[in-house]
Design a protein. Structure first.
Length: 170
C-alpha cells in the first residue's frame, strides 16, 4: 500500500506505522516469553482478506483520484481489526492478573488507536475531500488534484462496503 499511495502524507503514515509494527512484534515476543509460550507467526484469514481487498483496490483504482481513499479505507479496516483484538487481549490479560502482559498490549493498542486517528485526520483533511472539490492546487505545490468522479466514488463505496453477515450474531 505504501508504493501505491499517491499522497505523500499517506505514504508517510503507512511508513511510520510499518516501523511501529516492528516494535509491536518485539512486544508480542515479550508477551509470549512472560506466558512461557513459544512465539510464532500465525496466518490470520481476516487480515488476509482485508489485505486482499487493498490489493484489489490498488488494481481497480490505479491512476484514479479515488486510489488513496480506497487504500485509506483498507488501512483503517486493518487498524479497526487490530484495535478490537488488542483491546480484547489486554482485557483478558487484566482479568488473568497478568498486568505486565496487559501493559505491553496496551502500548500496542495505543499505537493502533493513534494510527487510526491519524488516518481519519488524513481522510478528513485531504483524501476523501478530493471528490467534493473542484480541481485545486495541492498545498501550493503546482500539482493539481482532480476531483473524484461520482461514478468512481460509488464504485469505491461498493468495493469497500463489508458484506452483511447476520449469521455472526445468531
Amino acid at each position: 500500500m505504501i508504493r501505491g499511495a499517491q499522497s505523500q502524507d499517506l505514504k508517510t503514515a503507512f511508513e511510520t506505522h510499518l516501523q511501529e509494527t516492528e516494535g509491536q512484534i518485539e512486544r508480542l515476543v515479550q508477551v509470549f516469553e512472560i506466558l512461557g509460550k513459544p512465539a510464532r507467526g500465525k496466518t490470520c484469514p481476516a487480515i488476509d482478506g482485508i489485505v486482499e481487498e487493498g490489493q484489489e483496490i490498488l488494481e481497480e483504482f490505479k491512476d484514479s483520484a479515488a486510489l488513496d481513499a480506497g487504500l485509506l479505507a483498507a488501512a483503517q479496516a486493518v487498524e479497526h481489526y487490530e484495535i478490537a483484538r488488542y483491546g480484547t487481549l489486554r482485557n483478558w490479560a487484566r482479568e488473568l492478573g497478568k498486568d505486565d502482559v496487559a501493559q505491553l498490549l496496551e502500548e500496542t493498542l495505543a499505537e493502533e488507536e493513534k494510527t487510526d486517528e491519524l488516518l481519519t485526520q488524513l481522510a478528513d483533511a485531504n483524501v476523501n475531500r478530493k471528490g467534493k472539490r473542484k480541481p485545486h492546487d495541492i498545498n501550493g505545490s503546482g500539482i493539481v488534484a482532480a476531483p473524484i468522479p461520482e461514478e468512481t466514488q460509488l464504485d469505491l463505496l461498493v468495493k469497500t462496503t463489508p458484506a452483511l453477515c447476520p449469521a455472526v450474531f445468531v
